[in-house]
Design a protein around this ligand. Structure first.
Ligand SMILES: C[S@@+](CC[C@H](N)C(=O)[O-])C[C@H]1O[C@@H](n2cnc3c(N)ncnc32)[C@H](O)[C@@H]1O
Length: 272
């Protein structure tokens, strides 16, 4: 892809997230949805192994729900997002006494802007469900290798690149088994290996579809490996079996307890 087409996709993505910021903020609130609650936060907390006072960069912070959560656990957090409207909502939701969390409009595909945050400035970085929304991830990985202190970690969650992307559909097949209706749920994967950028929805009724940047696992991770990271932690959480407490209406992932809708990984930077 040329630089001009990447820039154009990046600007379309920014416009979509600005347009969707209100509905996103209303749906996510302070605590997020069942993906955050049941899947992402427990895995992120285990992989991050946060120590009080650590400085954390939250990349693609949205309305700041992960930044505020990490600050409540004792971290000093900077949340960045390129959608100005998201950052306005993040600031609105942050109480005056939450002084250990700050927000900044910053494009994570802009290496020069990222490096202005300062080399060796962060103990760790997180990114919750945002890398698959970014037009490019190489500038971020290259920058994080410098922004993180030696042996710092980057914990990210994304829609699972194998099972939860625009090339996969959710199937429910009901059959009569000896007089009893039985429904079996499965995922049909139509494409995987080819990276793609295709419009999709993050929440029902969002005003503007946004672009999903599908990257198969080898491309997602090779970007990090190229800049000296190693993968040293991995979780693939799924919803528990038919848990009636799960209210996720978008996709009904609670029917797929053997299939993880998210991929949560810890990358460790090398010595410098
Ligand atoms: C699915 S939302 C997740 C928000 C938040 N992390 C959460 O879990 O609620 C993805 C976020 O990534 C942000 N994003 C996408 N591309 C970005 C970029 N190049 N730089 C910074 N933020 C970006 C979007 O603006 C959006 O807020």
């Amino acid at each position: 892809m040329t630089d001009a087409s990447i820039n154009s996709l990046n600007e379309q993505t920014r416009a979509a997230w600005n347009a969707n910021s209100q509905i996103w903020d209303e749906r996510m609130g302070d605590e997020g949805n069942d993906f955050h609650q049941t899947l992402i936060r427990p895995s992120t907390q285990r992989l991050l192994n946060l120590q009080p006072g650590q400085k954390i960069l939250d990349v693609g912070c949205g309305n700041g729900l992960t930044s505020r959560w990490l600050a409540s656990l004792g971290a000093q957090v900077l949340g960045i997002d390129f959608a100005e409207e998201m950052i306005i909502n993040a600031c609105k939701r942050t109480k005056p006494d939450e002084t250990s969390v700050k927000f900044q409009v910053l494009d994570a595909t802009d290496e020069t802007a990222l490096l202005r945050l300062g080399e060796n400035s962060f103990d760790a970085a997180v990114s919750t469900m945002a890398l698959m929304d970014m037009a490019q991830i190489d500038p971020l990985m290259r920058s994080l290798a410098k922004l993180l202190r030696p042996k710092g970690c980057f914990v990210f969650s994304v829609c699972h690149p194998c099972f939860n992307h625009v090339g996969a559909s959710m199937l429910a097949e009901t059959s009569d088994v000896e007089g009893k209706l039985v429904t079996e749920y499965s995922i049909k994967v139509k494409s995987y290996l080819e990276p793609s950028s295709i419009s999709g929805l993050a929440v029902e009724n969002q005003p503007q579809p946004h672009i999903y940047f599908h990257r198969p696992l080898h491309l997602l991770l090779s970007s990090a490996f190229h800049f000296g990271f190693v993968l040293d932690g991995l979780e693939e959480p799924a919803f528990p079996t038919q848990d009636p407490a799960q209210t996720n209406s978008f996709g009904g992932w609670n029917n797929y307890n053997q299939i993880p809708p998210v991929f949560v990984a810890r990358l460790r930077s090398g010595e410098r």
